[in-house]
Design a protein around this ligand. Structure first.
Ligand code: NAP
Ligand code: ZN
Length: 349
């Protein structure tokens, strides 16, 4: 066993505080990574506060992990000690269902194992990246091809990057397509950057008028302040695809009305409370679709990392020490983060 310092929440109402956990010693297929940085996803907050009613405690969140390989098992062929490596939202899946065969482990029919909070269909707890070290099977470890100096800003790609890349690609974001991104947070700002890099015409929808300039700097061709009904009305029936990253329950109809004939809005935000249902006429009159999407498979996560390295895309981050995490959560709830907190794990001593 390998001891690792970490931060954990002991209950839905407790603050995150120092904790010690054990990692297994690396087996033949395992890679051990010294965690250098870990991004802070809104899913971490939903989980530690028990908002999805499935949290196993103690809860050690963190699924935007980057670091350096410090040990490898005998049968590990693609990583060696000293390599940079990443771990995202999954550390295992059944490996033999149709989804796993197709490289879409996130839709594993038997339930993937989350990097934290254990297997999705229940099982022993797993501990995430708010810790010093992690041991993961090689097939769930990603190669980082960005420059080492950018490592902290690469961490958020492991969740925010793939969760936006996968649906943008699936629904055909690219030249000639008008793509809306709703919410300029961790996911949303990567959605804007990636959709722009894919060649789409990007319209950002934000509740925060203070983010207009940033939205444009990050790659939005147009920014609509979604609390202004006149601005919203000017986009009616114009958008091909909307990626909705909002972390809170809200009125989906306001956005469905903006879709063209056959347009799709895909929800990636996973709020604790359900959305008020869409008005059926907003769907049937223009054959619009309302969809959802979950992270992305391992193969596609590597593809996204390589796409981002090639296009020199990283996350805009605020680096924090781990003892700032409880304050960071409060700021994230107020949409006061530009645009992802990343924990510098050197602060975990
Ligand atoms: P985040 O950084 O907090 O960003 C969410 C953004 O939504 C905010 O910055 C804000 O943007 C907007 N927003 C917040 N409250 C709102 C409200 N009441 N009405 C309208 N807009 C609001 O969160 P995140 O880390 O990007 O995560 C977003 C959601 O995606 C979370 O629910 C998370 O659990 C989920 N998630 C899903 C997946 C998946 O696989 N599907 C993966 C990762 C995360 P503006 O200020 O621009 O309005
Ligand atoms: Zn996440």
């Amino acid at each position: 066993m390998i001891k690792s310092k970490a931060y954990a929440a002991q209950s839905p109402t407790s603050r995150l505080s120092p904790f010690e956990l054990n990692r297994r010693s690396p087996g033949p297929d395992d890679v051990q990574i010294e965690i250098l940085y870990c991004g802070v996803c809104h899913s971490d907050l939903h989980t530690v506060r028990g908002e999805w009613h499935n949290t196993l405690y103690p809860s050690v969140p963190g699924h935007e992990i980057v670091g350096r390989v410090v040990a490898v098992g005998d049968k590990v062929h693609h990583f060696k000690v000293g390599d940079l490596a990443g771990v995202g939202c999954m550390i295992d899946s059944c490996g033999h269902c149709q989804s796993c065969d197709e490289g879409e482990e996130q839709y594993c029919e038997n339930g993937f194992t989350g990097t934290y909070n254990g297997p999705v269909f229940g099982g022993e707890n797993t501990y995430g990246g708010y810790s010093q070290t992690i041991v993961v099977r090689e097939s769930f470890v990603l190669h980082i091809r960005h420059a080492e100096k950018d490592l902290a800003s690469v961490a958020p790609l492991l969740c925010a990057g793939i969760t936006t890349y996968s649906p943008l690609k699936h629904w055909g974001a690219g030249p000639g397509k008008k793509v809306g991104v709703v919410g300029l947070g961790g996911l949303g700002h990567m959605g804007v950057k990636i959709a722009h890099a894919m060649g789409a015409h990007v319209v950002l929808f934000t509740t925060s008028a203070s983010k207009i300039e940033d939205g444009k700097r990050l790659g939005a061709d147009e920014v609509c302040v979604s609390t202004d009904p006149e601005q919203m009305a000017s986009y009616a029936n114009q958008i091909d695809f909307i990626l909705n990253t909002v972390a809170a329950s809200h009125n989906l109809d306001a956005y469905l009305q903006l879709l063209k004939l056959n347009g799709t809005m895909t929800l990636v935000g996973a709020p604790a409370e359900p959305h008020p249902s869409p008005a059926v006429f907003n769907l049937i009159f223009r054959r619009r679709q309302l969809a959802g999407s979950l992270i992305g498979g391992i193969r596609e996560t590597q593809e996204m990392l390589d796409f981002c390295a090639q296009h020199q895309l990283v996350s805009d981050i605020e680096t924090i020490p781990i003892d700032y995490i409880n304050t960071a959560y409060e700021r994230m709830l107020k949409s006061d983060v530009k645009y992802r907190f990343v924990i510098d794990m050197a602060s975990l001593t």
